[in-house]
Design a protein around this ligand. Structure first.
Ligand SMILES: C[S@@+](CC[C@H](N)C(=O)[O-])C[C@H]1O[C@@H](n2cnc3c(N)ncnc32)[C@H](O)[C@@H]1O
Length: 240
């Protein structure tokens, strides 16, 4: 079975919508006009199915992502929440209108009324930087089962996203970093593996994802620091 075949388990309306995106078909922006899309800005089907299945298998009801773009990842997560009987999803992206013609937002406005269990207000797009939005969300008492980090990809931006968003992660929830091919993201993964015992690295066959389960609160001393190499090899043992 190919990965595109595996997509069929999402069902409609998500399946047809994702098939159109992965086929690089022009998409409708918020202004109603049709736009060509940039095929380099996306998660793979395998990565999307990992997000979807993680959400389905743990019956998650609250998810968050940093970096919406055209909304590939958004669609996989909403499909899982819908199949779980309902839930809420927050996407954070300050550039949805300026860089993406509002395509992600427009797609969600079209998708949501066609779902089984999701209402318009179950999806929120925060038009702000992730560091600002994360602090607002923490102050509001929000928490999530899964947080997907795919925003700005410099080392310090990713590390700040993880640092702030981990505090919004429910016990035993997942934090997933995208674009592990980048040295910046590999360095964040390595830092976390060496310095954050509260975050358990989870092996995955998706080589472009770094996955952590939040096992505890961060209880390190004020002067804690373990030097870390630029990259960390996670053994492909099954999760205990
Ligand atoms: C690789 S794209 C995300 C792709 C998306 N996850 C998908 O699967 O379609 C990266 C996104 O991060 C957004 N971004 C850049 N800086 C950001 C920031 N400081 N906070 C939140 N999002 C940011 C960009 O506008 C862009 O949409």
């Amino acid at each position: 079975m190919t990965m595109m075949d595996a997509l069929t388990r999402l069902g409609e309306p998500f399946l047809g919508d994702l098939q159109s995106l992965y086929a690089n078909q022009p998409q409708t922006g918020l202004d109603g006009k049709s736009y060509a899309i940039d095929a380099s800005t996306r998660i793979s089907v395998e990565e999307g199915l990992f997000l979807h299945d993680s959400c389905r298998n743990a019956a998650m009801t609250a998810t968050l992502e940093v970096g919406m773009g055209y909304g590939f990842s958004t669609t996989f997560l909403l499909a899982a929440l819908d199949a779980n009987g309902g839930g809420r999803h927050i996407a954070i992206d300050p550039y949805q209108h300026s860089d993406w013609d509002g395509i992600g937002e427009s797609r969600m406005a079209s998708l949501l009324p066609r779902t089984q269990n999701l209402k318009h207000h179950d999806f929120t797009l925060i038009h702000d930087r992730s560091d600002h939005a994360a602090i607002d969300l923490e102050r509001s008492g929000a928490s999530f089962d899964l947080l997907f980090i795919d925003g700005y990809h410099r080392f310090d931006d990713v590390l700040i996203d993880v640092y702030l968003l981990t505090r919004l992660c429910r016990p035993d929830g997942l934090i997933v970093l995208h674009d592990l091919w980048l040295p910046s993201v590999q360095a964040v993964q390595s830092f976390l593996c060496h310095n954050r015992p509260d975050l358990q690295p989870i092996p995955t066959s998706c080589t472009n994802l770094a996955v952590f389960r939040r096992r505890d609160t961060d209880q390190r001393n004020w002067d804690h620091f373990v030097p870390f190499p630029m990259a960390f090899e996670i053994e492909m043992a099954s999760e205990s």
